[in-house]
Structure formats: C-alpha cells, structure tokens
Write a protein that binds this ligand. Structure first.
Ligand code: MRU
Length: 330
C-alpha cells in the first residue's frame, strides 16, 4: 500500500517476517502514528490478533501463518502453538485456514511456506481488484463499511481493491466511509488508506448510510467478510447487515469481496458462524473516557450475519459470482 511520508511515498505491507521476527503496522495507532510492532513468539501473535494490533480476516490469517512458521523455526510445541493462535479470535475463517495450511505444509520450509501463503493472499486481492474494478464506472459513488483495505489483507484489500483498481485507471470515483463504531476502523483506517492514495472520500457516521442511500447518492456497496457459510450467508463487521437491508430496499447492488479461502464449506449457514463478543469498554469509553454511566451494561458483538438474499454478488479472485453459484465455486 502506498503511504505518504515526509520524503514522498513508501510502499508497505501490513505484516511481514524479518529473520525469526514478525513485524506489523500497529493498527491501534493509526491514523496518528505509523509505528511497527514486533512479535517474537506465538503468545505474542495471539495477543497482537486479540488486541487488534493486526486485524481484518486475511491479515489475521497472515499473522497466524507467520506465527506457525516462527514456532517451527524455534522448535516450539506445534500442537500447543496452533491451539493458542486459533484461540485469538473466533470469527475470521482465515485464521483457522492459515494455521491448518501451515501445519500440513510448513514443516520442512516454514518461512518459505508462510511467505508463499501470504504472497498468494496478496495476489488474490490484486485479482479481486481487477475483477471488481471493471464493475465500477466513471463517476460512481461507493459505500464501504469497516476496513477491508490493505491493512486488513496485507496489501490491496478486498473491498478496497476494486476501488484502488478503478482509481488507478483514472476513473473519477467517490467513497462513503462508514466510521464503524465502536473501533472506528472506517474513520481511522479506511479513510487513512484512501487519503494516502488520494482517492476522493468522506467519513460518515454509521447512522447516515441509510440517509445517503435513500437520497440516491450511493451507486454500490462493497464490503469485506470474515467468513462465508456454505449457503452464502456472510459474517462481517457489526452493522453490515443493516447496510445490506437498506441497500436492497433502495435497489443498490451490495457486493462482498473476498478470497475464496474465506468461504467455510463446513459451516452450513450464518447462524452457525461464531460471533465474537468483545469487551464492553470498547463501547463505554472513547479514548479512555467514559461516554456513558460507568455501571450501565454494554453488549458488544463484533460481527453480524448478512443473509445471502441481500447479496448481489461475491467478488473473488476467480471472478464475480451470485450467491446461488457458490456450490460451483467451491
Ligand atoms: O474486527 P476487525 O477489524 O478485524 O473486522 C474486520 C472486518 O470486519 C473486515 O470487513 C473483514 O475482516 C474483511 S477484511 C478484508
């Protein structure tokens, strides 16, 4: 991803491996500060995923792949390592896929296998951009929720990849960025990525999405996903479901962008997808200050499920598919 610096531009990935250490952009500090976080064992990998130093399904998968490679290089107990890393967060399927992939294929050449896994994630995202970018016409306004950009996928993004592609072709596009309470991945991360790429955008509060859709100002919605069930139901950041319903009500196409590895063929429907419940202080406090009575209870599901009937299509590295074609795709 392109990042503006005092000297010009830098091309960065969200996560990479240096010798036996895993390095990542500390996503908790953006957009104020670009700082790198170093992880040196699997307990630290788990903490980095759990505390959202690194986040977004494909980037979580990359952290897991590097974490297993690191453990193999260090001679750690692999069964324990896999269990610890898999317990970091429950919803993103990429986490489980990446751990299993490395356990099966990484024993002989751990670092090379992890690098190959991560490079394949990046090239899939690039292909998602190529396919999805063709659907975006000059002058289109696109709404996105959360951050499904390069930070969430190592590079390019899923939802942001078609947007990056359309922008690189010189199309005049505009992005509505939902701020995405409570962690603000939209305003703090997506807006930062779009700013760095000089892509025209505005941050809106989550409650404003329906207003702009109803006024005919949104041509298309594109989001990412943490897991897609076999029937095409999609788990994504809390608030995605209501955006999909409002999009359908207003005849606005609603696309989900993902690498095929985010499809979970063993989970039958959305109700079977485990939904992470995160700590209440993400809601009750803003920048360490309570914004509600301290003792009021909080509910904080991190994801919701959008039923496949609200989804126009899946933008994948293999092309664009309607939900009824998932069987064929898998
Ligand atoms: O809690 P997060 O920030 O990890 O949630 C991220 C999302 O919901 C993304 O939309 C999803 O992981 C897809 S990332 C390409």
């Amino acid at each position: 991803m392109r990042v503006k610096t005092d000297e010009g531009f830098e091309d960065l990935r969200a996560i990479w491996m240096e010798d036996e250490n895993i390095k990542m952009i500390d996503q908790r500090l953006l957009p104020h500060e670009l700082r790198f976080h170093t992880v040196s064992d699997h307990h630290e990998v788990k903490e980095a995923i759990k505390k959202m130093v690194i986040r977004g399904a494909p980037s979580i998968g990359a952290a897991a792949a590097y974490g297993i490679a690191q453990a193999i290089l260090k001679g750690d107990d692999l069964k324990e390592t896999a269990e610890v890393i898999k317990s970091a967060r429950p919803t993103a399927y990429d986490l489980f896929y990446a751990v299993d992939h490395m356990m099966e294929n990484g024993q002989e050449k751990p670092k090379i296998t992890a690098e190959a896994y991560v490079d394949s994630v990046v090239s899939k995202c690039k292909a998602i951009g190529d396919h999805g970018g063709k659907m975006i016409d000059d002058g289109m306004k696109i709404l996105t929720h959360c951050n499904a950009g390069a930070l969430a996928t190592v590079d390019h993004g899923t939802a942001l990849a078609p947007i990056r592609h359309a922008n690189s072709e010189g199309k005049d596009i505009f992005v509505f960025v939902d701020e995405t309470r409570p962690r603000l991945q939209g305003s703090m991360l997506t807006a930062w990525e779009l700013f760095n790429e000089d892509i025209s955008h505005a941050v809106i509060v989550d409650n404003a999405a329906g207003h702009f859709m109803h006024r005919g100002e949104v041509d298309m919605v594109i989001v990412g996903t943490d897991r897609v069930a076999a029937n095409g139901d999609v788990a994504n950041k809390i608030g995605t479901y209501e955006k999909a319903v409002i999009a359908k009500e207003n005849d606005i196409p609603f696309y989900v962008a993902l690498p095929v590895t985010t499809f979970d063929p063993d989970t039958k429907s959305g109700t079977d997808i485990p939904i992470e419940e995160r700590e209440g202080e993400e809601v009750s406090k803003v920048f360490s200050k309570y914004i509600m009575p301290k003792n009021s209870p909080v509910m904080n599901p991190a994801f919701d499920v959008t039923l496949s009937k609200y989804i126009t299509g899946f933008i994948t590295e293999k092309g664009i598919f309607s939900p009824d074609k998932i069987g064929k795709l898998l």
